[in-house]
Design a protein around this ligand. Structure first.
Ligand code: SAM
Length: 348
């Protein structure tokens, strides 16, 4: 197994079968993988960890992803949307706390027309011209993506969810297609966004083969960012009885991704912090270099419930930031006050 790890470290890729073996390596081998991934992260980004201020601005969604707590058909979800003023106030507060990237994330809410999104982008950029703006608002037409980009959006996060078409159809209802998800990602890249794709670890029906396909897709797509986190069940979804993804597998995948794409931006996600009290720290030690604390108003945080028992829903943004700084410093790293652009220029 050490040969495979060496090969991955040196060539930055492996064959599908080799990746599957590596996913099942011993705990000692996983530690070696982690050590090399941490080394690579330090070579690429030093000890700086980038922060992104996440603003979950609407939990109203027209899509019905089977795994997601804010899916359209969940009647128990208390719906909300933030006003433009509330969103701007989150950015202002975030700016004062040292955030230089804001991520507008939400369900696919028809209220937010292209005009409204463009208006938001322009006001945020006007108020904070030195900040990067990331959108994560799902599947749109190429024209809409282009309009948002032309208005000033810099980055777009859209997890591909799975690179296996059959697996995709087990996670989503019929109207949602693998082809459209992929079309979106390629359009975003072509338009010039810094793009993030990603997937859940341990999602229902996922096999090692699916994961190996995810890794090979990511290698080929060569995005600037990759969001991965464990699947965590939500009580009001049809996947409520499936097991959660594990910490161990998520950490292995973070390390493999860091070794495959040394310069990629890789978050230690809230889902990882939810399944383990030191999940974020462990994620960073396994190769992650980004954290995305929540800047949304505390009164709405619980309602943005993608999965059960989500952490960090009770503290004000300033408390979150302080807690995070302490955690990051405890593992010998520091929070960088910068836009934190990717060093991976991709094929842009
Ligand atoms: N609507 C946008 C989209 O589709 O990209 C952004 C919001 S969506 C809720 C963000 C991500 O949450 C999804 O891409 C999915 O991977 C993740 N997610 C949803 N339900 C989850 C669950 N039960 N466990 C872990 N992650 C989940």
């Amino acid at each position: 197994m050490t040969d495979l790890i060496r090969k991955l470290y040196e060539t930055q890729t492996l064959e599908k079968d080799e990746l599957i073996s590596l996913l099942n390596c011993s705990a000692d081998d996983a530690e070696e993988l982690r050590r090399l991934a941490e080394q690579r992260r330090i070579e690429s980004y030093g000890r700086d960890i980038f922060i992104r201020g996440l603003i979950e601005f609407t939990n109203i969604c027209r899509q019905d992803c089977y795994y997601c707590g804010i899916r359209k058909s969940n009647k128990n979800c208390e719906r909300y949307r933030l006003s433009g003023e509330e969103i701007l106030a989150c950015c202002d507060e975030g700016y004062d706390l040292g955030f230089r990237t804001f991520v507008l994330q939400g369900g696919e809410d028809g209220y937010f027309t292209d005009e409204k999104i463009c208006g938001l982008i322009e006001s945020i950029k006007k108020a904070h011209p030195d900040c990067a703006l990331t959108l994560s608002i799902g599947e749109k037409s190429r024209e809409s993506y282009k309009r948002f980009f032309d208005c000033g959006a810099d980055r777009y996060l859209l997890r591909h969810e799975t690179a296996d078409k059959e697996h995709f159809s087990k996670l989503h209802p019929e109207g949602q297609s693998f082809e459209n998800r992929m079309r979106c990602l390629y359009d975003l890249k072509d338009i010039g966004y810094q793009v993030g794709c990603g997937f859940m670890v341990g999602s229902p029906y996922q096999t090692d083969e699916c994961l190996a396909k995810d890794l090979l897709f990511i290698k080929k797509f060569n995005p600037q960012m990759i969001g991965i986190g464990p699947f965590i069940r939500h009580k009001d979804t049809k996947f409520k009885d499936f097991p959660d993804g594990t910490l161990e597998m998520t950490l292995r995948l973070l390390s493999i991704i860091r070794l495959m794409l040394p310069k990629v931006l890789l978050p230690a996600t809230t889902a990882l912090a939810t399944i383990d009290p030191r999940g974020r720290e462990k994620g960073i030690l396994a190769g992650a270099n980004v954290v995305m604390p929540n800047l949304s108003p505390v009164r709405f945080r619980k309602a943005y419930s993608l999965y059960d028992n989500k952490v960090c829903t009770g503290e004000e943004s300033a408390e979150c930031k302080n807690c995070l700084s302490r955690r990051i410093e405890s593992i010998g790293c520091r929070i960088a006050v910068s836009r934190g652009d990717s060093l991976n220029t991709g094929n842009r």
